[in-house]
Write a protein that binds this ligand. Sequence first.
Ligand code: PA5
Length: 465
Amino acid sequence: PEKVDEVKQWVTSVRGQVVAERELQNPPPKMRPLQPGFIDLPQKLLDGYKRKQDASELGKVLRLAQQLRDTVDRVVILGIGGSYLASKAIFDALCHSHHNELPAKLRMGKPRIYFEGKDLDNDSLQDLFELLENTCVDPDIIEERWGVVVISKSGGTLETAAAYRAVKGEAAKFYGPKSEMLRKVIVPITGTKSSKLRDLCRADGFPEDDILTIPEEVGGRFSVFTAVGLLPAAVMGLDVRAMLLGAATMTRRFIEEPFDRNPVLQFAAVNHLMTERGKTTRVLSAWSRKLEAVGWWYDQLLSESLGKNGRGATPITMVGTRDLHSRGQQHQDGTRDKLINNLIVRQIKHPPVTLGMSERNEDDLNQFSRKGLPDILDAAIKGTNEAYSQAARPTADITLPMISEHTIGQLLQMLMLATVVEGRLNGTNPYGQPGVEAYKANMMRALKATPNLPKGEVRDAAKGV
Ligand code: PA5
């Protein structure tokens, strides 16, 4: 405690460094890669839209999203890592918990959403094809038509590329190999530099204006507020501008506010200090199931940004109270290597489910008859924090007033900014992920050494393209 002022000053000075990095044209080799483009992007996109409307980058995203919504009832989103987790986090947090099961009337023009290309799971992909084929009764009926969003910044990630080849083959069978519809129902999102995906789409006749671009200066896991997260969000019928506004507001707070009103600096400071003091397992405890995928997104952000050179906290996501009945024992009583970041939502969306009175009261719950599930959850949060505190297990709270496009925009931007600040605090370059390359090279070598399947017995992914 006697060092708090010192810490505040130090973290605030590191903010100055992160802010200045945005202007660096030619960073020294040890700072490369340097991809601070995500910091100002939300405001830039909003300004561009205000000036140029449909002709702006955001306008283009909204146009293509609307075109997809008008044309299909199911959208398969292909991507992995930063090209998957952002849209998954947004979907789970902001769409109806049973979105895909809702009848079309209740979805109000919002297509069903499926995620693929995020692993190499043969059977799951075949299951999806079965579903899409089973609906292939008449491709003129919108409820049976489906489309694809393919996302890869490098344009060469094997998982996504393989899935795209297979899914494109299915689409060609569905609409016909030469159908104009193919270019209407497929939206590619890729980087500018030597992207094979871009080459492929050009060769397939996509107009340049229909290929969305991930800016070079924005890293994969920092790309949620590029087309990577925004196009899927718009397809899901979400308020993309509110999300950007939330993110831009967080950037402004980060740059302008003193430490005591600055959630980015506070989160970075607490997490950095705790990691340095041996709390190397960082638990994101989401007190809403809808935020679990935000936790998975943060798992990737933290792991790939700061898990370098033998250092970096190990992230884990849990959902309260579900995982109190599994990991809770370890957190309360096991190794003393954890910091628990609670993610708490203050205001619920629906009226509370209340317990009410039961005539015979066998379950003894009548004493809580006038309480709702939110009251029980509140008590669980208090009780858990108290138990951790009694056992000297550190916790920190992030509180969202509610789950909305605006607060999710703020939260994701807060976590990205804090990760960069933390990297600069401990001397780790938060950009780039050299460690991921080793498995890719080995996988390629192993794949080339694997015997081919006998011809005729394989489902030829490219057939019909
Ligand atoms: O953060 C990153 O850059 C990575 O996690 C990428 O998002 C992931 O590897 C996918 O790469 P790409 O979009 O090039 O297919």
